[in-house]
Ligand binder design. Structure first.
Ligand SMILES: Nc1nc2c(c(=O)[nH]1)N[C@H]1C(S)=C(S)[C@@H](COP(=O)(O)O)O[C@H]1N2
Ligand SMILES: [Mo]
Length: 257
């Protein structure tokens, strides 16, 4: 179970000694900034500060992802591996910075996707309008930094197609997302334009259930789970870097390939 981060409980830095090699490997790869606080790691793993094996799992997940998708990074045409439909996990595994019981579903009737920044046509979109856009389906591996993963199948309009449709400046640096649960997130433009980056509306061919981000979520094939915001309410194209929820706690913004 996810325990709230308790800044009053001062972690014993010696716990990180078990993980020096993994930490150093991640620092070398630029994934973690040097001296990431134990508090931040603890919060992400959602476990007791004395739980050394969870920290180990989190570090392993990050390294596994880097190994798997490293290649894809260097080419916008190279795709992350896809999997047979028979391996899709149903229902998917839920995660958020709070428990599933505390999910506040978004109202289909009043929901709008707001657009801001370097975009020509900033008219907001309804659920029905989004549903008219061309769709792509992909069956890929979701990797959470907590140390677990699953095969999921998502469909929706490629983010590139959507950005082209609304006249976004594709030479801008970042695409920033706002969500219904105050979980800001942003990605670099090359990732936004990658063919396996979708604004997903479906999981396993069904409309996204509420806990998994209805009506619209990001799904990238080349980033850790936390870089895939659910319950998107606004998209901004900008040259100004905006840190996301976990980045504010010290996690590397790129977090992927
Ligand atoms: N809006 C929002 N999006 C979020 C999160 C969140 O707390 N809020 N958690 C992230 C994390 S850490 C993970 S692993 C995935 C989980 O997605 P899933 O529940 O569809 O498996 O959502 C990501 N997107
Ligand atoms: Mo995650």
């Amino acid at each position: 179970m996810r325990s709230p981060f308790r800044p009053d409980r001062v972690p014993d830095p010696a716990i990180l000694d078990d993980h020096r090699p993994a930490l150093r490997a991640l620092e070398r790869r630029g994934f973690l900034r040097g001296g990431l606080s134990l508090g931040a790691l603890t919060m992400l793993t959602g476990c007791d500060v004395s739980d050394s094996s969870s920290i180990g799992q989190a570090l392993k997940a990050v390294n596994v992802l880097n190994d798997r998708v490293q290649e894809v990074l260097f080419s916008s045409t190279k795709l992350a591996p896809e999997y047979p439909e028979s391996r899709v996990l149903k229902p998917p595994r839920f995660n958020a910075y709070y428990e599933i019981e505390d999910v506040k579903p978004l109202d289909r009737a009043t929901w709008r996707l707001e657009l801001a920044g370097l975009i020509q046509d900033k008219r907001p979109w309804t659920v029905e309008q989004i549903a008219t856009l061309p769709e792509r389906e992909m069956t890929i591996r979701h990797i959470c930094v907590e140390g677990w993963d699953y095969i999921g199948q998502w469909s929706g309009v490629p983010l590139r197609t959507f950005l082209e449709r609304v006249g976004a400046d594709l030479t801008a640096k970042y695409v920033v997302f706002k969500t219904g649960d105050d979980y800001p997130s942003s990605i670099d433009m090359p990732t936004a334009l990658h063919p396996q980056t979708l604004l997903a509306t479906k999981y396993a061919k069904e409309i996204l259930p509420d806990p998994f981000g209805f009506p619209l979520r990001l799904r990238t094939s080349t980033k850790l789970g936390f870089k895939n915001p659910k319950w998107i309410t606004a998209i901004e194209v900008t040259n100004t870097w905006v840190p996301g929820y976990w980045e504010k706690l010290g996690f590397n913004w790129f977090s992927g390939l």
